[in-house]
Design a protein around this ligand. Sequence first.
Ligand code: AMP
Ligand code: FE
Ligand code: FE
Ligand code: ZN
Length: 282
Amino acid sequence: MKFADLHLHTNFSDGTFTPEELVVQAQKNGLVCIALTDHDTVEGCARTAAACAPVKIEFIPGTELTAEHDDTEVHLLGYFLDTQNSVLLEEIGRFQAVRKQRIYEMVSRINELGVPLEVEKVFELANCQSPGRPHVARALVKAKLVRNLDDAFERFLKKGRPAWVPKSKMSARQGVDLIHQAGGLAVMAHPGLNRTDEIIPALVDAGLDGIECYHSKHSSTLTARYLEFAEKFNLLVTGGSDCHGFSKIRPLIGSVRLPYERVELLKTKVAALKQSTLNGRA
Ligand code: AMP
Ligand code: FE
Ligand code: FE
Ligand code: ZN
């Protein structure tokens, strides 16, 4: 059997592995195909593709967008993206700017609570265009201002905690459209994490292509539940570990192994979409 992992992060967003380190891990775990889905960026794709080529691992360029529908947050995975697509780059660039601004706001709130975290330390540690809460958490740990990452999220960064700053989000429909116009497939990420079942029909209506049934935080009951949703709404099935490197004790890569046949079905759909775009233009 051949297996893939279609949900992975590097240090181009909030993962800790470089693209090259990620590919070494993919190899160790015997994966034949990986997708990079860094938050709001496709910057790591070129290096990941380059590292995959010599070791014969198939690479799918992707991203993970934060969107919302009816005030419900939903993460959208985009696969087979044209990473040079100018509309995509412009749009994610805006979200990267928002992310940076949000770091200033989070740190200033932490400072107001009497915790002397320096914002420069967060940017230094993040060293990427798409910084987020995990970078603030790691900087707090590094400066010995909290005990560990969980402590940072519990005290400051979790939704509803004093330094939690909401992100401005695109609508789910905008997210799906953005992915489609860049030649990609739009997939609902980890539906079991936020239990957002009631918005699935609206996402399908917006053009959703697939749903991430297999995820490191899905129990087998949840996986079965979303496989049923996939069947009901005729959605493609994806899966991935959502590995963020060593942010957890053990990297999650390898914990979710998607049978490669699922990837073939994705590729069939992208090819069909490409063909219909070409026919539309003719
Ligand atoms: P952001 O996109 O800046 O809101 O950060 C979201 C990221 O933070 C997620 O992708 C996870 O990697 C991480 N995260 C969210 N909640 C927690 C938590 N309670 N503990 C550790 N990491 C978390
Ligand atoms: Fe993340
Ligand atoms: Fe996510
Ligand atoms: Zn993710």
